[in-house]
Design a protein around this ligand. Structure first.
Ligand code: ADP
Length: 402
């Protein structure tokens, strides 16, 4: 069965068509600038040339219509008709406390997702628009929602509660939710597989270091803590997001710079992180690494501070689980930056961690980068959120048809 995976943002839409049996990607692409002038469709069949078409996309329905048109195109398409798409898997950012697992999308599920909109006002409405557009164009195709927050719903209360008046949790569901769950789940499972160990019998720390970055503690196959919180702003230092700060900084900067809370929040979300720390040099680690290698202070301080925070969380999560068997690095920076992996692991000698420098120098490959006698295994596991979504979608649709 072919599964169409959709990741719909407010003005963009990424897609992949995946054969659920072979787990091979058949085609992929994205729509950019939906509802904005200059919108374009990028489409690429597996092993084929990338096509870029600038064409008006006034809304998401039009965008999905174009995607389906490209997939079924006589010359460059990969399927003969929409009948060959067995199901659609939608990435949904926030499932609140309602969704601890993926689910077949029904009218009731859509209402329940809407009820989580307040918790992710930028993302959930866009995800719902994607679902709505697909349902219009493929009314008889089953759809599944896969939530970024679901994997983290196993966290115990002491991990997800904040030290705030309890009534805020009861009235407004203010608590830690965590994000990137699909990636943390995929990578931790894969690590156990690669090590030939039982997933339900391991203590794993996953460092998902991309533009957005989060880290999680996975004990016996269940997430027990994660660094992102009510929103994806908490935790590690990210591309442009601050991660953990003293909450009093918000008021302090608002006074000093004569800014509103909204304006300070924009700074924390868009102008902070490694971009802010490097004094605006870049949010991209490729640029920051060049500056680091050149010995410039902005590159040095930025990458050192970033890696320090990663090491600090690894230490914390080792304490949370009372030990750790494997540490996994994934996503853009985790997969491609030997420097960050080195700087983070350098501080973990007390855990008996040692990296094999030759292996660690590789980029973007699935491999064990610790030495054979390292007490804790360190792995690079490229994440594949689309495949994870396709697997979940396939499993639910097969179950439903039993
Ligand atoms: P997103 O959160 O947007 O999905 P990704 O996981 O794709 O992010 O990570 C993107 C980041 O990965 C880039 O901003 C860049 O910092 C980093 N990155 C990608 N390739 C490399 C590389 N070869 N070396 C160092 N960093 C890289």
């Amino acid at each position: 069965m072919n599964i169409l995976v959709i990741n719909c943002g407010s003005s963009s839409l990424k897609f992949q068509l995946i054969d659920a049996q072979t787990e091979q990607m058949i085609a992929k692409g994205l729509c950019e600038r939906i509802g904005i002038e200059g919108s374009q469709l990028v489409y690429q069949p597996a092993g084929g040339a990338k096509e870029e078409t600038v064409t008006p996309m006034p809304d998401h329905t039009k965008a999905i219509e174009l995607v389906l048109g490209a997939l079924t195109n006589e010359k460059t398409g990969v399927v003969k008709s929409l009948q060959e798409i067995g199901a659609v898997g939608h990435r949904i950012v926030h499932g609140g406390e309602k969704f601890a697992a993926s689910t077949i999308i029904t009218d009731e599920v859509i209402e329940a997702i809407k009820a989580c909109n307040d918790l992710a006002p930028l993302h959930n409405p866009a995800n719902l628009i994607g679902i709505d557009a697909c349902r219009k164009l493929m009314p008889n195709t089953p759809m599944v929602g896969v939530f970024d927050t679901a994997f983290h719903q196993t966290m115990p209360k002491e991990a997800y509660l904040y030290g705030l008046p309890y009534e805020y949790y009861e009235k407004y569901q203010v608590r830690r939710y965590g994000f990137h769950g699909t990636s943390h789940s995929y990578v931790s499972r894969r690590a156990a597989e690669l090590l030939g160990k039982n997933y339900e019998d391991m203590k794993i720390i996953v460092c998902h270091l991309g533009n957005g970055a989060s880290i999680s503690a996975v004990e016996n196959g269940k997430c027990v803590d994660t660094s992102m919180g009510l929103t994806p702003l908490e935790g590690l230092i990210m591309g442009t997001r601050s991660g953990d700060i003293d909450p009093a900084i918000v008021e302090y900067i608002a006074h000093k710079e004569d800014k509103s809370i909204d304006e300070v929040m924009t700074v924390l979300n868009k102008k902070s992180g490694v971009l802010g720390l490097s004094d605006g040099l870049s949010s991209d680690f490729r640029d920051l690494e060049k500056s680091y290698v050149a010995g410039e202070d902005r590159g040095l301080r930025t990458i050192r501070t970033f890696a320090y925070r990663v090491a600090k969380y690894i230490g914390a999560y080792t304490a949370v689980m009372n030990g750790v068997d494997a540490i996994c690095f994934t996503a853009g920076v985790g997969e491609n930056s030997p420097l960050v992996r080195n700087l983070a692991c350098e501080r973990l000698g007390y855990l008996g961690i040692a990296l094999d420098q030759e292996k660690n120098d590789k980029r973007g490959e699935e491999l064990e980068v610790s030495t054979p006698d390292s007490r804790v295994k360190v792995l690079v596991v490229p994440t594949n959120e689309e495949l994870a979504i396709a697997r979940e979608t396939f499993a639910l649709v097969v179950e439903e048809n039993k």
